[in-house]
Design a protein around this ligand. Structure first.
Ligand SMILES: [Fe+2]
Length: 314
């Protein structure tokens, strides 16, 4: 049994030497400023959580990840784990309490409870007239403006690890992540990547919240955010391209998880993904093992660039 079952992802925490520049990128990426202090930037999506992305002022670094606990009792359980902090009040906008842990690669894992929830940002999106239900938009015209995407929520995080087995086992044990798909290279025992989802029992959750990659270096591969829909990603793609940001991979449709995807790079090399339309599973789906190869490529889209294989921002 894991120590707890994380309820949801909360935010990724980065460090950047220029908060103006980071805010400009994240705004162009489709987030909205929730708060900013002299030393940190807090960005939100259209859903209720106070923030889904934190940037501290400092030398570029991936600090770590945060997840929401289902209860204060879960924080108590985690605070008894060796090396964990006690339960702390979060002295930052959004508040709440947390326990801090350190993963096997030395990155921080915050488990938070009681973060402020804000009124969701209203966003009206046109329905799509296709397939067997082509009258969803009866009498209405498809009119959406150009500009940035609209980030809804934090969907998943991906880390590369040189301690792959230990790191994967640690996240599953501490936070209750459940295997959706593992894939191997060569022999079946040589698992090189593992897609894991939250465990909320009968409730359906995204195919993966956490993907771990075997690599010769450890660090953040990417943070991934759900956009409003597919058109929202396409419109946002043109906006980010026009602004001259670095593009990593896309557009395409994944095979594992099925998301429509597009990957962008912030001014310090940290990859941020837009996605929409994921597979959703509940605890009834057993773990799957597959071989890495052409069979794991999606139905269409740009193949993964070599530079993104095992990519890790320290
Ligand atoms: Fe992703």
């Amino acid at each position: 049994m894991p120590v707890i079952k994380a309820f949801d992802l909360a935010y990724g925490r980065l460090r950047s030497p220029d908060l103006d520049k980071e805010e400009e990128f994240l705004t162009d990426f489709g987030m909205v400023r929730a708060d900013r202090t002299r030393t940190a930037l807090y960005m939100r999506g259209t859903d209720a959580p106070h923030h889904i992305h934190v940037t501290e002022l400092g030398e570029p670094r991936y600090v770590g990840i945060a997840v929401h606990a289902a209860s204060l009792e879960d924080l108590e359980k985690l605070s008894r784990v060796e090396g964990a902090s006690s339960i702390e009040d979060i002295d930052e906008p959004g508040g709440g309490k947390r326990v801090r842990l350190t993963d096997p690669d030395g990155y921080q894992v915050e488990v938070v409870h009681g973060m402020a929830m804000l009124p969701p940002i209203a966003l009206s999106r046109p329905a799509v007239n296709s397939g067997n239900d082509k009258y969803r938009r009866k009498g209405e015209l498809f009119r959406i403006p150009r500009g940035p995407s609209h980030i809804k929520r934090f969907g998943h995080f991906v880390i590369a690890s040189k301690n792959f087995d230990k790191t994967l086992g640690w996240y599953r044990e501490m936070l209750g992540f459940r295997c959706s798909d593992d894939f191997y290279s060569g022999e079946k025992g040589n698992v090189v990547g593992s897609f894991n989802r939250l465990d909320r029992g009968e409730d359906y959750v995204d195919h993966h919240a956490f993907f771990c990659i075997r690599s010769d270096k450890s660090g953040l591969n990417h943070l991934s955010y759900e956009a409003a829909d597919i058109d929202d990603i396409m419109v946002g793609h043109e906006h980010l391209a026009a602004k001259g940001y670095g593009h990593m991979w896309g557009i395409g449709r994944h095979m594992i998880g099925s998301q429509f995807f597009d990957y962008w790079i912030d001014p310090w090399g940290r990859v941020h993904e837009h996605w929409a339309d994921t597979d959703v599973l509940n605890a009834a789906t057993p773990p799957n093992l597959m071989e890495r190869g052409p069979g794991t490529a999606g139905p269409w889209g740009q193949p993964i660039p070599q530079k993104f294989m095992g990519y890790a921002s320290p």
